[in-house]
Design a protein around this ligand. Structure first.
Ligand code: NAP
Length: 279
């Protein structure tokens, strides 16, 4: 499954809608990016996201806060952006530092501006199938599966990983589409036995080539969300592609989808508000 090509299509659609919005209202859709401190990886991620916004005709307003900022000051800043009508989406880059109550900071994002899908509101919306924004990576996974017409109803989806931003919401979105979902994690016994049962496998572990090709069920759909040092995923791609009917490469699979969903959801926040059900 070609995430690069699909992401390009999604971003082109977002750019066309953004241009129309700008022509109608006189102001472009605006994503506020908030960065605490100067962690090099975070600086790079935010810069990349802002560059992509600019190319799509989305304004980005950057707020850089010192690493010493308090939770109260950060919450105040985010609340101000939530209340600012010229800001349509808010991206609060994680990690924010050990002294920060990150949950409190995320919850200061208004649900209608949570285009990164990190608040409890968005999480609940994904669970209930109610209007809200999806976490970007799980949202990107669902768009990939849809673009390749993967029928999920009644399929056994196995999600390896249960983080709040990736594994857990991915499983909720798959459940919402009538898959039978199994979550695996570090305490799961005989992980390979679960993987062998998967019609749809979502790998979200963060360990290079952790899922062995020989454990993939013949004909399975394999989505590798992992991104590890050396540009390798969580799945042994060469082994798995022999057995899978569809598989995402790393890089070029899930990775480009995440930012495409961020841009798409920012434009949606500007144009229609919180919009249809997450995912
Ligand atoms: P995370 O928060 O570290 O979560 C990893 C999950 O894997 C946890 O649920 C953990 O289980 C589970 N796990 C760890 N070791 C395991 C083992 N030996 N057996 C079974 N499960 C195990 O990571 P994350 O943020 O979800 O990210 C996962 C991967 O996706 C990383 O490679 C990351 O770079 C990538 N990622 C990519 C994107 C993208 O844009 N493409 C976005 C986000 C993340 P426990 O819960 O029991 O600890």
């Amino acid at each position: 499954m070609d995430g690069t090509a699909l992401a390009r299509t999604i971003v082109a659609e977002a750019a066309a809608t953004a241009a129309d919005f700008t022509a109608r209202t006189g102001a472009a859709p605006c994503l506020a990016t908030v960065l605490v401190g100067e962690d090099p990886a975070s600086v790079t991620y935010v810069r990349m996201k802002r560059n992509r916004c600019a190319k799509a005709g989305i304004e980005s307003r950057h707020v850089a806060l010192p690493a010493t900022v308090s939770t109260a000051e950060l919450v105040d800043t985010v609340t101000g952006l939530s209340e600012d009508p010229s800001v349509h989406g808010i991206l609060l880059q994680h990690p924010m530092g050990h002294h920060i109550d990150e949950r409190a900071a995320f919850e200061a994002i208004a649900p209608g501006k949570d285009v990164d899908g990190v608040t409890m509101h968005s999480f609940a919306a994904m669970g209930f199938g109610l209007p809200g924004f999806a976490s970007c990576t799980p949202g990107g996974i669902m768009r990939l599966l849809d673009a390749y017409d993967v029928d999920l109803a009644g399929k056994h989806a196995v999600v390896v990983g249960r983080s709040a931003i990736l594994g857990k919401p991915a499983g909720m979105l798959l459940l919402g589409r009538d898959a039978t979902v199994t979550y695996c994690h570090s305490r799961t016994k005989d992980l390979a036995a679960h993987v062998r049962e998967a019609d749809v496998l979502i790998a979200a572990v963060g360990r290079p080539r952790f899922i062995r090709g020989e454990d993939i069920k013949p004909g399975a759909v394999v989505v590798d969300a992992g991104y590890n040092e050396g540009n390798v995923g969580d799945v042994d791609f060469d082994g798995a592609r022999e057995r899978a009917s569809l598989i995402t490469p790393v890089p070029g699979g899930v990775g480009p989808m995440t930012i495409a969903v961020l841009l798409s959801q920012t434009v949606r926040a500007a144009v229609t508000g919180i919009g249809p059900a997450a995912g």
